[in-house]
Design a protein. Structure first.
Length: 178
């Protein structure tokens, strides 16, 4: 399948893709730890699983307000990478402003087809062009497939917060310097 990546600035997502992004976030909502629907934002620090909505309304609003990369093939949305340029975070202090990937989601029907890799490659190129010194992200310690992709791309773990997402589920911050 031939896919292309489209880049959108904050608040400028093509309206035809907004419903597709919403559907993708609903589809992957409970694959995230904790679910996207239990988070108040894409950069929330409090990640304990909390009772909340069944749908990721607040999270979706945050995604629309960020930079987004969409991997598409014709009318199909294959995946999404949502990020913040020049982001500063306490966990990343020694790096200064970084490009921070808050969300990457690939439609389950297109997993293992290189969509995540394609999105990361575009993100890394955009980050370099922006002048940021690195790309940073966080995930949970049991997210084995994502951690393997990050390792393949040269990301290194810089901080681990034990049991941050629940018993035995650490939050892992990773960075890829340019």
């Amino acid at each position: 399948m031939t896919s292309q990546v489209q880049a959108y600035s904050p608040g400028e997502l093509d309206p035809r893709w907004a419903p597709e992004v919403w559907e993708l976030l609903i589809q992957v909502n409970h694959e995230f730890v904790p679910p996207l629907s239990s988070r108040g934002s894409t950069t929330a620090k409090q990640l304990d699983k909390q009772a909340g909505e069944d749908l990721p309304h607040a999270y979706y609003s945050n995604v629309l307000g960020q930079h987004n990369l969409l991997a598409c093939a014709g009318p199909a949305l294959l995946g999404l990478a949502s990020f913040i340029l020049h982001h500063q975070d306490r966990a990343l202090l020694e790096w200064g402003a970084c490009t921070y990937l808050s969300t990457i989601a690939v439609n389950p029907a297109y997993r293992r087809d290189g969509v995540g890799l394609l999105l990361y490659q575009h993100l890394i190129s955009l980050s370099r062009a922006s002048g940021d010194l690195a790309v940073a992200t966080r995930t949970w310690g049991t997210n084995i497939s994502h951690l393997a992709l990050l390792s393949r791309l040269g990301f290194v773990e810089i901080t681990r917060i034990a049991n941050h997402r629940g018993p035995g589920i650490d939050t892992v911050y990773l960075i890829k310097p340019h």
